[in-house]
Design a binder for this molecule. Structure first.
Ligand code: 13P
Ligand code: SF4
Length: 341
């Protein structure tokens, strides 16, 4: 087992003795303390749009997966506190070996990443030696190391379009995003059978009813959603594309089919618009990612204070995982999606 895994397993097994059980003085103003610790330690707080509103409000930078990877690559802070899930913090470490990267809760995993274990994928890949592998960033470092190019939902179409039309491609791990990219590019990529539990649980029936109740509303959806839902959507886009669509489109009401954390920035950017969270198949009105929501202000404070749990990685794995990340950053800069070096 690798050093990083051993360390992470240890921390996960002994929460009773770990940082999470450290007492927090109830008189503390956590916002102020987090700001003070960030300054004292020259730390940068990066947060994904799916984080709790209060975490988004205190972050130095909020973004989708692509923007966060760029921010992680460019920061001159000594420590990166990643308010997101494990694969995102791992991505920051891949791009920043010299910096300490910490994640408030080590159990903040990802169902999509879990749906593609590198050992199984390696067997699948070996059966298709003439294919190149494009992998969605929502995967482990082990999966990245088996890939030729990483993509996010913001750049997947452009990356696929940049390859010769006859290039055979395996797309992993998300079959929904892969299916959508096949449709919009006219390709026939081989898809790994993975999915995100949050984006797959939307109720088509309840959403259809909502559309009938609000005929003026536009339905917008993340491409990780299933095809029947994407088929009835007025707009499909990554987290940042959905945000900017709501801000710029002339409609006043939107039914939003993605993780509900995004509603906070959407409402901030478009205060006069009406946003309705698309309902899932369960009894909840909106759809939270249980992994993203493991991070809390208290855990954020403890993680900054004790500088743990830290993401550690074997250098050989990091280098292998960085290669396809570099390719993605290079192409994204070429397309003008990020600023580049
Ligand atoms: P983006 O941030 O690339 O839109 O991905 C959404 C997601 O599921 C992150 O976990
Ligand atoms: Fe993973 Fe889905 Fe949660 Fe994103 S929303 S972190 S893809 S489980």
């Amino acid at each position: 087992m690798e050093t990083a895994d051993k360390y992470n397993e240890l921390v996960a097994q002994v929460p009773a003795k770990g940082y999470l059980d450290m007492p927090i003085d109830p008189r503390l103003d956590l916002f102020e303390e987090i700001k003070r610790l960030k300054k004292e330690k020259n730390a940068v707080l990066l947060a994904h749009y799916y984080q709790e509103s209060e975490i988004q409000d205190i972050a130095d930078f909020i973004g989708d997966s692509l923007a966060l990877a760029e921010a992680a690559a460019k920061t001159d802070a000594d420590m990166i506190v990643f308010a997101g899930v494990h694969f995102m913090a791992e991505t920051a470490k891949i791009l920043n070996p010299g910096k300490k990267v910490v994640l408030p809760d080590l159990n903040a995993g990802c169902s999509l990443s879990d749906s593609c274990p590198p050992e199984l994928f390696a067997e699948f890949k070996a059966k298709h030696p003439d294919h190149i592998v494009i992998t969605y960033i929502n995967c482990s470092a082990g999966m990245k190391a088996l890939s030729d190019i990483i993509c996010t939902s913001s750049n997947a179409k452009m990356i696929v379009d940049s390859l010769p039309a006859d290039q055979k491609i395996i797309f992993a791990p998300d079959k929904n995003l892969g299916g959508y990219i096949n449709k919009v590019t006219g390709r026939n990529m081989l898809l790994w059978d993975g999915a995100c539990m949050v984006h797959e649980i939307f109720s088509l029936e309840k959403i259809t009813r909502l559309k009938e109740q609000h005929p003026e509303a536009k339905l917008i959806a993340h491409p990780e959603c299933e095809e029947p839902l994407l088929k009835i959507a007025d707009f499909i886009g990554s987290t940042s594309q959905l945000l900017s669509y709501v801000e710029k489109d002339e409609a006043d009401t939107f039914i939003v089919a993605t993780e509900s954390g995004i509603l906070h920035q959407m409402q901030k950017n478009a205060p006069h618009k009406t946003l309705i969270a698309a309902p899932p198949e369960n009894n909840c009105a909106c759809n939270d990612c249980p992994y993203m929501k493991l991070n809390t202000l208290e855990k954020l404070y403890l993680c900054l204070k004790y500088e743990m749990p830290e993401i550690l990685m074997e250098e050989s794995l990091r280098l292998a995982a960085k290669k396809p990340m570099d390719k993605m950053m290079e192409l994204s800069a070429q397309f003008g999606l990020i600023q580049g070096k």
